[in-house]
Design a protein around this ligand. Structure first.
Ligand SMILES: [Zn+2]
Length: 261
């Protein structure tokens, strides 16, 4: 079979899977998880899955579209109520990363952009995940940690975020099983600072931070497994993932609000 024919077949298989007509595990999960290496055909299927979107659930993108004005207002409130110049800057960084995340996602998911636009928006969408992780850590580090620890955490999350973005941009075809754990690794990098967050912020703040982290992580697992997929026509696995990100963002926003004003 020629490479073109193989690619065409993979695109067809991927589209059939997306439409729920093809049995078998989600693309990119079987070979990748058992062998640790992407089979060339599996990699093509993964690529084709990225390229082909025969059915977008009707509600794709609406949750994040609703979060665009909500996160803008929430961000402005946070910045206005911050009590020190440092807190203002930290809250502004956090608010901008949040707004970019939801706005890019809403634009990407609600529209039809053609292959080039889709590819560009998808990279931006994924880069924003690294940015929201670093953005969320920024006010927590600034408001809850002493200067030495604050600098270390900010270096870790921002260097990690930039490295993650470079990885996603430079290796555009990276398989889902490889890049999803990168988000989890960066997201849980600040875990050793949790006792400091408890000490400075109290039990409620710590609980909200951990609950938010667990909700984001649950979203990552749903995204990686492509399950549960309650209604491929209306509200599929990707919508479950988006719902979990909204819940996680809300938990973290409350935690940051509690320590900001
Ligand atoms: Zn999405």
């Amino acid at each position: 079979m020629s490479r073109d024919a193989a690619e065409a077949e993979c695109i067809y298989v991927a589209s059939r899977r997306r439409e729920g007509r093809e049995d078998g595990p989600p693309a990119g999960s079987r070979d990748d998880q058992t062998t640790g290496n992407a089979h060339p055909v599996a990699a093509l299927v993964e690529r084709a899955t990225d390229l082909v979107e025969p059915i977008k659930p009707q509600l794709r993108g609406w949750l994040h579209a609703g979060m665009v004005p909500a996160s803008l207002i929430a961000g402005i409130v946070l910045i206005c109520l911050a009590r020190t110049p440092q807190a203002v800057v930290a809250c502004a960084v956090y608010s901008v990363t949040a707004w970019m995340l939801f706005a890019t996602s809403a634009i990407y998911h609600r529209g039809t952009w053609g292959p080039l636009g889709e590819a560009l928006l998808r990279r931006l969408d994924h880069a924003n995940i690294f940015l929201i992780i670093a953005g969320t850590c920024t006010p927590l580090a600034v408001l809850l940690l002493p200067p030495g620890q604050r600098s270390v955490l900010l270096w870790i999350v921002w260097a990690g975020a930039l490295a993650g973005i470079a990885f996603r941009v430079l290796w555009v075809g990276a398989p889902r099983w490889l890049y999803t754990p990168c988000y989890l690794a960066l997201g849980w990098a600040p875990v050793r600072y949790l006792p400091d967050f408890l000490h400075a912020g109290g039990a409620a703040v710590l609980t909200l931070i951990v609950v938010g982290g667990l909700l984001y992580s649950a979203g990552a697992v749903v995204y990686a497994l492509k399950r549960p997929d309650p209604s491929p026509q209306w509200f599929g696995f990707h919508e479950v993932f988006h719902a979990l990100t909204v819940a996680a963002f809300t938990a973290h926003y409350i935690a940051i609000s509690l320590v900001t004003y």
